[in-house]
Design a protein around this ligand. Structure first.
Ligand code: FMN
Length: 160
């Protein structure tokens, strides 16, 4: 089984969840590819929102976009204005080879997640993807052991 985990590379908690899931999968002998999704140009959060509104996308650094060779694709996003971040929404919109593929979505809000998961799920299902499971894990700071334990349990459930 081949798994792709794509997350927002410049966001600590988003990365922490990705790395925790990777560890659980690898302990079970699964081949995991990590993809840190990053903007081509670093901007302030407000500027990402402005750019996204204007151009319907953020220029990203090169990343895996064709997911056809993976059996499971995990996508994580932080939350901005109750939605996926412009960086991760751009990434999800650009994905190819999604038809019939199993996706797992997670978000790492500081406060409320709002429509984050719903929005990502709707973009993906429109592209023929199947949403296997979702996780919302909120924290103001880096994730503590208790929160990370929830992520581990979630990853274990995906394997069963
Ligand atoms: C304009 C704006 C809107 C935001 N909206 C939300 C939100 O709706 N929900 C939420 O949980 N966090 C929200 N945040 C917090 C950001 O997601 C968080 O500060 C950002 O992801 C940076 O995370 P980091 O400090 O872990 O890098 C918002 C921040 C800004 C500046």
């Amino acid at each position: 089984m081949r798994v792709l985990i794509a997350y927002q590379g410049n966001n600590k908690t988003n990365k922490q969840v990705a790395e925790t899931m990777k560890k659980v999968f690898e302990e079970h002998g699964i081949d995991v590819t990590m993809q840190a999704v990053e903007p081509a140009v670093e901007m302030r959060l407000y500027d990402y929102l402005k750019e996204f509104r204007k151009k319907k996308g953020i220029p990203l650094k090169e990343a895996i976009l064709d997911v056809s060779k993976y059996d499971l694709i995990v996508i994580g996003t932080p939350v901005l204005k109750f939605c996926p971040t412009p960086i991760m929404e751009t990434y999800v919109r650009k994905l190819k080879g999604t038809k019939g593929k199993q996706f797992v979505l997670y978000c790492t809000p500081v406060g409320f997640a709002g429509t984050t998961i719903k929005r990502m799920a709707s973009i993906l299902t429109t592209k023929g993807a199947k949403i296997n499971a979702t996780l919302t894990i909120s924290s103001i700071f880096e994730l503590n052991e208790k929160k990370l334990a929830l992520v581990k349990e979630f990853a274990m459930r995906l394997l069963s």
